[in-house]
Design a protein around this ligand. Sequence first.
Ligand code: ATP
Ligand code: MG
Length: 413
Amino acid sequence: MNDILPEQTPVWQYLESAVKEVLDAYGYSEIRMPIVEQTGLFKRSIGEVTDIVEKEMYTFDDRNGESLTLRPEGTASCVRAAEEHGLLFNQMQRFWYQGPMFRYERPQKGRYRQFHQIGVETFGMGGSDIDAEIILLSARLWKKLGLLDSVTLQLNSLGSNEARENYKSALVDYLEQRKESLDEDSVRRLDTNPLRILDSKNPEVQALLSDAPVLSDYLDDESKQHFSELTVMLDTAGIAYEINPRLVRGLDYYCKTVFEWVTDQLGAQGTVCAGGRYDGLVKQLGGRPTPAVGFAMGVERLILLLETLDLIPDEVKQPFDLYLAAEHKGIQSDVVALADQLRDQFKDLRVRIHCGGLKNISQKAQQTGAPIVLIVKQADNQQLCGTIWHQNEPAFGLSEVQIKDKISEIWQS
Ligand code: ATP
Ligand code: MG
């Protein structure tokens, strides 16, 4: 679990505000859920035999002996909250959330025990148009961040529950005959969650799978139709994708469309955004049948990717625009007052004043890296005058009346 230090938070804010602008452009509403839920919620939704529920959850008993869990993902909590507050039945909803998630995994680059997701969940819409919308929304974000060329969209359909059950037995038949070549994990999954074997990172298992039955041959007509409509919409919108018949996702609740945005720039932790349709989950959690589709992106991985590709604008890390200091003692109250006048007059101007010793003040002020540095002093006639440095321009001397005019001129430009 990491501290996110002040030097790093501007990058987070940059990403978060880009995401917020894109979500606003599609008319999505934010929902904020608690970070703990009853353990049963995750067991019932994610599935008992998944990595998350089997070995990754932070679970504890509270003082009443009730089992609680730090949320490992947002979808289950979002469904729970929406159902509890009557936001689902007969309604169409587009929600987003952000915040920390917790999984007891082996920490490594791009994989942490407390990590952050920004997620989107939509409810009440069963057509492929909403699948296309959330994919377009994510693509718009990549474009805005300069990432579109560095990520690839992988797409698959898991079909209906029935289609998946038929496929599962075909896959199990195939793998049972080759059991001696499977690793321990895969053998265990053969009984518990065979589809997850498709997801195996073991190259030998992957080689074995190259001749295995493929899910697309088992799809029901409705899922086939849904998937082909989706690909037409993506083609029309000019969104490139790869169909990956092995893409299954690690959670039980998905059906029909699943997708991942992956990059080859981050090693093994290459999935930056993942999602899919989960039409059965609301009912499974006690609500009325409600189609749903959503995704979650990993904030740490996106930030790693932005940093790896050097895509963070320089100005993002600079926390203030103007550094204001006194040249000599005795006018600190003028400096404090002037700073506040500047904040009043220039709404977005971020002003930091110098506090403390004044030795070598011009030099110190310029070393802050502020785009504008203003050093003021008291003239013989008691008025404030000053010197201003703006980026690479030469120092410029100012009388009291000129100070705000000059800042206005710089700031407007
Ligand atoms: P992976 O296969 O990498 O373990 P996952 O299928 O478990 O991913 P999801 O549950 O789909 O991941 O979560 C969506 C996204 O959240 C992932 O694509 C990834 O970007 C991010 N993510 C998941 N687990 C972690 C983690 N432990 N640390 C950092 N980011 C994570
Ligand atoms: Mg995982």
